[in-house]
Write a protein that binds this ligand. Sequence first.
Ligand code: FAD
Length: 593
Amino acid sequence: MTYAPPTNDYLFLLRDVLAIDQYAALPGFADAGLETVTQILDEGGKFAAEVLAPLNGVGDKHGCQWHADNSVTTPPGFKDAYREMTDGGWPLMNADPDWGGQGLPSVVSLCFSEMCSSANMAFAMYPGLTHGAYAALRVGGSQALKDVYLAKMAAFQWAGTMNLTEPQCGTDLGLIRTKAVPQADGTYKISGQKIWISGGEQDLTENIVHLVLARIEGGPAGVKGISLFVVPKFIPDGQGNPGVRNAVLCLGLEEKMGIHGNATCVMGYEEATGWLVGEEHQGLKVMFVMMNEARLGVGLQGIAVAEAAYQAARAFAGERLQMRAISGPKHPALPADPIIVHPDVRRLLLDQRAIIEGGRAFLLWTALHGDLAHVHPDAAAREKGEDYMALLTPVLKGFLTDRGFKACSDAVQVHGGSGFTEHFPVSQYLRDSRITLIYEGTNGIQALDLVGRKLAAKGGRAIMGFLAELDAFAAENQADAALKPFVDALAGAKAQLQEGTLWLMQNGVANPDAAGAASHDYMHLFGLTGLAYVWALMAKAAHSNLAAGRDADFARGKLAVGRYFVERVLPDTAAHLAKMKAGAAAMMAAEAL
Ligand SMILES: Cc1cc2nc3c(=O)[nH]c(=O)nc-3n(C[C@H](O)[C@H](O)[C@H](O)COP(=O)(O)OP(=O)(O)OC[C@H]3O[C@@H](n4cnc5c(N)ncnc54)[C@H](O)[C@@H]3O)c2cc1C
């Protein structure tokens, strides 16, 4: 099974749906013309398909090895692939030009990230986390820290990690025990144990830069007393090269369900030297920069792995011969018809496609707003970009990974018993994608973040802006007969999302359990409504392409999947709204559990 990068889909989204060329006058976008973007997609796709994809099964089978000297070896081939990635300059694509990057918008670089995660999620996590750590240091680090670390991290010469989790603390960071003791020279001695640290040790880079949450001795209890530190594996010398070994060691690796090619490490800090990032006790604020970036990246993993699983399932369904079509044989010359003729197999495949293509569009649409939040000259556009990024990050993380995992499960189902064996790749995709619902804040926590913090932020400005944007699109396109099914579906979903939002406002404050009980369904109602919007945007662009005689086959395929989404996926909104409105009583009944 080979992975085929969906470059046509990215081009359609960037060129026809999001029309990123309209921003060509803005920093970064100026260098993201159609020619450059096409080249990035082609070359990036080649790297993902030819270098990373062949290593996906290798990583799964070999895993990472821990050695008694506390070193870790990544699976065969990972080191060379990593070198090829850095030599090719891929890491620099959307890094800041001040630190040697090209400064391209995220909406472009995320296409490359998705291809890498589809091809080999475990590998792609190493650069993915480095990018998040780089972003946190860029925002929160002192000039001195930036000077030492950022250029090396932008080039992925030095990797980054995030160290939050401890044995007694996962979701509840207020329980962190790792301690930091101030030293006379302005540094801190960091001591404690962190668990499940992705890429905590590896053999891919010359240095590893750990971003560590710890409590400064005597600091306030709970999350208010947490600070963020840079703790490098090798302390940089005066010339910015890796110097003395720091007192941080990988004490072991976790055996786990999937992503075997990514080292999940137990990390021991024994008075390791650390440098404060940002202000004392304000560590979570800066760490959130990394966490938000990582959350978007995890939403992306959700659809990326689903894309690879879909491709495998689609190929299998075209080849596996079982039974005749219920409407009569479709391939009489064969002993049986390929299973793709059966309605239920088509349901499984189209459920996947509708979510993957809609999810990709929603993610890139949001990422574009994130880019505009940084570079748009108009303050209102920057504010809207920030609002949307904050509001939609938990939706993209939680909804896309829930549905991405289901898509991987559907891909296994298409394979029948073969899908449960290790002879086919879908078993690995299903195992790999399961973690996306858990790390970077479980999906339950994303849903709580959405209803508890993001909706109410700034007087509800972001959700009101989002709902108004959907209304405006529906009003503008009401008269377009070709778009009517999409516009009507969007208007219906939007009305339900609005009703669900009002219900939360009326019931959630008086009864927090009602908000908690509704949060999962609200997140899904939100995600589906977001997809209804981007499917309408895609339908509009596909119709224009058809009218212009451009990419007609692609446009017809897009419209067919869009129609399936509207008729057979979107109606789930009603069930989610009904479940929300049932309230918390049955869930919280003492006798029930
Ligand atoms: C492979 C892997 C890689 C990881 N990589 C990293 C890494 O690089 N860095 C890092 O710091 N951590 C990492 N983690 C840790 C990960 O982020 C945590 O597992 C995650 O945050 C959840 O914490 P927990 O496992 O302790 O679950 P818990 O916090 O114990 O939660 C258990 C369950 O209870 C639910 N729950 C808890 N509190 C609430 C609440 N208030 N309301 C509703 N539900 C609640 C959760 O949603 C979950 O379903 C990794 C984990 C794994 C398995």
